[in-house]
Design a protein around this ligand. Sequence first.
Ligand code: 1HN
Length: 351
Amino acid sequence: MATAPASHAPASKETRQAFYDKLAPKDLSPLWEVLKGLILPTPKSQCVPHAWRFKDVRPLLMEAGGLLTAEEAERRVLVMENPAIPGQSKITNSLYAGMQLILPGEIAPAHRHTSSALRFVLEGNGGYTAVAGEKTSMNRGDFIITPNMGWHDHGQENNSPVIWIDGLDLHMVNFFDAGFMDHANDKSQLISRPEGDSSARFGSGMAPMSGGSPFGITTPIFNYTYAKSRPALMATAGVGAPDKHLAYALRYTNPLTGDWALPTIATWLTHLPKGFETAPMRSTDGQVVIVVEGEVTFQIDDKTMTLGESDVGVIPAWNTRQMRASKDAIVFTFSDRSAQEKLAFYHEERR
Ligand code: 1HN
C-alpha cells in the first residue's frame, strides 16, 4: 500500500475513527489522542484538602470497639479517605491513613507485609507494639515504625484504650504489584530483646561498631519517643530564628544514613510559636498533618481549615500551603517525599 506524503491533508474524523477501530482489537491505541492528559505541565492532584476532627472520629472508633474485637478485625481501624476519591482507602494518591483502636486486654495479631508502616500515638497508656522481637510501649506523641516485612502485633495490658494514626505506603507497593503478606501462627510474637534495645544501640547519634542495620534501609530506631523528640524540637527555638516557610522543623532520620526514617515515607515535627505564620510554599509530596499540641490554621490553596489537638488534615500535592498558629503548636507530618526523592520526582517552590 502506498504511504501518503507527510504534507497530505488531515484525514476526516470518520476516517481516523475507522483507523482507531482497527487498533482496539489489537490492544493498541493512538497516543496523540491522550498525550496531553498523560503528561501535565504541572501536578494536578485528584485529592482535596480535608480535615478529620478527633472529637468526631474517636466516638465512632469506640463504637466500632463495641462491634468487633481487634482480633476478629485483625486491625480495628477507621480508614481516612480523601473525599474526592472515596472507596480506595487513600488519603493521598500514594498514602493510606487510618485511626486504630486497641481496647484493654486485646491483641491485634502478628502479621507482616511488604508495606512499611508508621504509628503516631494519640492516646496511649501502656499499649504496646512489638516488632522483630522487641516491644515498645505507646505513649502520646510517639512515632513508631514498622519496617517492611517485619512481624508486628499490638496489644494493651493496661485498662485504657490505645488510639493511634497509621500511615502506610501500601498504594505505592500495590502500584508496583510488589506486595506480600503473611500471618503468624501465634497471636503475639516471641519477645527476644528488652524494651529500649534499639534506642540504646542507635538512639544517641552513635552506632554500634559491629553489625549493620537490622532493617535494611529502614531506620534501626523503633520508637522515636515524644519524650525525646519534643525537647529536641523545642531546643531549636532557643538557638535561632524560625525558617520562613517551615517554622522550626526537625525531621526524623535514620541515624545510620541520615536519610528519612522510612524508605518511602518522610516524617517530621514542626513547632509553630504562637502568632507565627509560614510563607506560602508548595511541593510535590502529598502530606498528612496531625496537630499534637495547640491549634493551627492551614491555608491550602483557597481552603482554610483550623485543626486542634489530635485532628488530622491532608494537604494534596502541589497545593500552596501556609500555617498559622493561634496557640503555640506542634505538628507531626508524614508524606511520600522519601520515595519521591529516591526517584528524583520531588520538587518544591517557596514564595
Ligand atoms: C496494618 O498492618 C496495620 O499493623 C494497620 O496495625 C493498618 C492497613 C492496611 C494494611 C495493613 C497494623 C493497615 C495494615
